[in-house]
Design a protein. Structure first.
Length: 89
């Protein structure tokens, strides 16, 4: 499945609050945004594909229900399968 194809099926597509997936810093507001974005991600039908994309492409923000700060996923971690990554949380 290509990134574009699955990306259009995300639970976050068309949301009125897209900034939730791009929290700034580590303050209370960022934590609330991360929690709300993650709650929506947990109901998303493409959660696994989304997290795999984030791991493969070193993106930041909330992907697949996981907040990925800049530089947080090492080359070693990128070899993880998304399901294993999610199960480890
Ligand atoms: S898992 Fe979360 S960030 Fe990824 S497409 Fe679904 S709702 Fe959007």
């Amino acid at each position: 499945m290509s990134a574009y194809t699955w990306g259009t099926q995300g639970a976050c597509v068309g949301t009125p609050t897209p900034d939730l997936w791009h929290p700034n810093g580590n303050g209370v507001q960022a934590q609330r945004e991360t929690q709300e974005a993650s709650r929506i991600c947990m109901m998303c039908p493409i959660q696994i594909e989304c997290l795999q994309y984030a791991i493969d492409n070193r993106v930041t923000g909330v992907w697949g229900g996981v907040r990925i700060p800049e530089g947080n996923i090492s080359g070693e971690d990128r070899a993880y399968k998304p399901r294993m990554y999610l199960d480890s949380l």
